[in-house]
Design a binder for this molecule. Sequence first.
Ligand code: ATP
Ligand code: MG
Length: 366
Amino acid sequence: ATPSVRRYTITLLPGDGIGPEVISVAKNVLQLTGSVEGIEFSFKEMPMGGAALDLTGVPLPEETLLAAKQSDAILLGAIGGYKWDTNEKHLKPETGLLQLREALKVFANLRPASVLPQLVDASTLKKEVAEGVDLMVVRELTGGIYFGKPRGFSTNENGEEIGFNTEVYATYEIDRIARIAFETARKRRGKLCSVDKANVLEASMLWRKRVMAIASEYPDVELTHMYVDNAAMQLVRNPKQFDTIVTNNIFGDILSDEASMITGSIGMLPSASLGKEGPGLFEPIHGSAPDIAGQDKANPLATILSAAMLLKYGLGEENAAQRIETAVLDTLNRGFRTRDIFSEGNKLVGCKEIGQEVVKSIDPKV
Ligand code: ATP
Ligand code: MG
């Protein structure tokens, strides 16, 4: 029997700067992968960020949010640029992205960091340490000290000004991020390391207790725990020991940036933001790169790999995701490089051309 065609609606939010360039390439890659895998995508392109501000006066128009919510997954390019940097807060492109994340209730941020064999020289670490690194940071995104109350400014008993914030985690917040982390580890190499500061912080003590409780639902995943100071050290000392890392908002903010620097290739790194139900948001970790926008110099591979995450974590289409990842590796193996990852002996190409090469790797007939 021939398997039936699966249909999905994807909202594309190209945004600003290099956003439209990398999204256009990633869309072609998705479309072709779909046709090979028996998936039919219907794409809906909507304005967002600075582009939306110029068009409608707000960074996240209602129609854009509605389309996003009604779709199966969202692929975003990048937002922001010098032009809007002096805008008031509610009229900044970045505010639109915060509003979108909030409306979608995406509480889990997944950021892989892998050192590809072809790009091992880009790593900030020694070759022996960097080679073979392939890890994923699962960061809690909507709780913890960035949102906890009370917060603010006050004065102490000496009349001196103080600033204060509060780290708060409720059981349900830990349980739901833990489940996403265990599911993620299950789709990878089955190892999960929970990072906390349970020797000092009560919120971390509860974190560790709940992660251990949820572990009983995932007997096939191997769980370990690590204090955050040690984790920061281990990430540069021996990053190969990690498969999946789960941690709170602030520790995840820091550790995921640290992990991305290990790879040294900002133009290569994707991300996913997931909620309990509803569509996930997938985007490269880099910004709008206004310095190279409109010049066909951007590396679209981070966005193409975000599309692969969209397939794997957003739609459960693991074979299609694998096909894209393999095509990216094949393109690098054939020596194609954008400027940001270029090294001697390879072929320097632009955004469109490396996209075409990924397309050829997926289907040589194209
Ligand atoms: P953000 O907008 O998230 O604050 P940023 O402004 O700090 O990010 P980026 O916009 O990511 O930083 O750009 C940082 C540098 O990396 C720039 O020089 C930019 O040209 C380069 N860069 C970023 N993304 C890419 C890419 N996809 N391809 C090539 N170069 C890139
Ligand atoms: Mg920027």
